[in-house]
Write a protein that binds this ligand. Structure first.
Ligand code: AMP
Ligand code: GLY
Length: 428
């Protein structure tokens, strides 16, 4: 098969790494990719948002499968663009059409969808610029902390959690009448705060059947002990100790099955991944958010634990035979630690030379923001390299990553030293 992966982060490097192990693969392209993906396939300088350029390339190079890494192209309709053109419609797109990607693209839609399908989630109401007053009155009825969510995509920054009622009302106004998050905050979801531990669950689906992939926990804050600003993700672990059989059965019955059935009921054809951002409250799972793609850096720990051939699963989607395919998961643990540029998630410098020494034998590097120039590898983003390692448990997998990290250097390199520590403590 000839495959094109769209995107340039650690998630896309991990996808390319897994795909490159498949005996079904003939040729792998990554657009635009990074210094790491260029070792596995051919990087192509195309912006995934330029659908016409992606299409031209796909036709010329006889691409059969396009795997869409980030949400942007999906929410903006890349799958629809290919499906409606008879010259392109035979190419399989891994990722939903716009009508499915709206599960991530609109929080208001996803909350309504959950309510309709009896899927456990925080109580909420949505408001727009005409109903700001009602929004303030609704906030009056709630207990702090107050959760405000911009309806649309806001680059991971559209959720505000505030302790002060007055501040919550001010922010609601800023979002709705001052477009704090641009058009993404034309509508705002105000919802009840849920207190619990978070876990990310992933499925791959052809719209009829689904397969559950390994679950993961990510570490979003920049600082140790989950402090400081939110980032794209500073590390992840899989499996998640509290996501035991009983919990996963609840997730499947109360969340996954009603979601897949709900999509069918609404005649939404969905193919690709669904990422369930869940929170465990008093033994029960609730949905915090849906994403229409894999997570980053969760992918860097879930794909290494997938024993099955990922291209075989994609072929199952292409031919509507996913139900006949096997998903086998490795019981060993995987942990990943993200190396970031000093200053991230605020201002940071790029173009720093990266030196990579010996890796621990159980480590694998997934590049995020890197580029190759004159034979050197340079930093090219906030998140730079995701260092994944295997181990018999979370503790040893993360320890192996820290051993590898001691041999990687770039100016102002930063990383969290406590990935996985919270769950290790709880298990003991
Ligand atoms: P989201 O973009 O919806 O994933 O929200 C970003 C983060 O905000 C989540 O990963 C949670 O940590 C937190 N969050 C969102 N909604 C809630 C909620 N209702 N209760 C508690 N925390 C939340
Ligand atoms: N790690 C969270 C995300 O990919 O949205």
């Amino acid at each position: 098969m000839i495959v094109l992966v769209l995107g340039s982060g650690g998630r896309e490097h991990a996808l390319a790494w897994k795909i490159s192990q498949s005996s079904l693969l003939n040729k792998l392209y990554i657009a635009p990719g990074n210094a790491g993906t260029s070792e596995l396939g051919e990087n192509v300088a195309i912006n995934p948002e330029h659908f016409d350029k992606v299409a031209d390339f796909a036709i010329k190079n006889k691409v059969e499968i396009i795997v869409v890494g980030p949400e942007g192209p999906l929410v903006n309709g890349i799958h629809d663009y290919f499906a409606k053109d008879p010259g392109l419609s035979s190419i399989t797109i891994i990722g939903p059409k716009k009508e499915g990607a709206i599960l991530e693209g609109s929080k208001d839609f996803s909350k309504k969808f959950m309510l309709k399908n009896n899927i456990p989630t925080a109580k909420y109401k949505s408001f727009d610029s005409a109903t700001i007053k009602e929004g303030e009155l609704y906030l009056d009825t709630m207990k702090p902390p107050f959760v405000l969510k911009a309806d649309g995509l806001a680059g991971g920054k559209g959720v505000l959690i505030l302790n002060d009622l007055k501040e919550a009302k001010t922010e609601l106004r800023q979002m709705l009448s001052k477009k704090k998050f641009g058009d993404a905050s034309n509508k705002v979801v105000v919802e009840e705060f849920l207190d619990g531990v978070e876990v990310s669950v992933f499925i791959i689906t052809d719209g009829m059947s689904y397969k559950i992939l390994p679950e993961a926990k990510d570490y979003k804050r920049i600082g140790e002990g989950d402090t400081g600003l939110n980032t794209g993700g500073m590390g992840a672990i899989s499996p998640v100790p509290f996501a035991n059989r009983e919990f996963m059965d609840k997730v499947e019955n109360q969340i996954i099955i009603p979601t897949v059935k709900g999509l069918r009921k609404e005649n939404i054809e969905y193919s690709g991944f669904i990422f369930f951002g869940l929170i465990l409250v008093k033994g029960d799972p609730y949905v915090i958010e849906y994403n229409c793609r894999l997570g980053d850096p969760e992918t860097e720990v879930i794909l290494p634990r997938l024993k099955s051939d990922l291209l075989d699963l994609f072929d199952g989607i292409a031919t509507d035979t996913l139900s006949e395919r096997d998903v086998e998961i490795d019981p060993k643990s995987a942990g990943t630690v993200m190396l970031v540029s000093g200053g991230y998630p605020e201002k940071y410098k790029t173009g720093e030379k990266i030196q990579i020494g010996d890796l621990h034998e159980r480590s694998v590097l997934f590049h995020a923001g890197t580029k190759q120039e004159n034979g050197e590898i340079l930093t090219a983003g906030g998140r730079v390299i995701s260092v994944t390692s295997f181990g018999k448990d979370i503790e040893s997998s993360v320890k192996n990553s820290y051993t590898t990290i001691s041999n990687i250097h770039f100016n102002k390199m930063n990383y969290r030293k406590d990935i996985g520590k919270d769950v290790i403590k709880k298990v003991k």
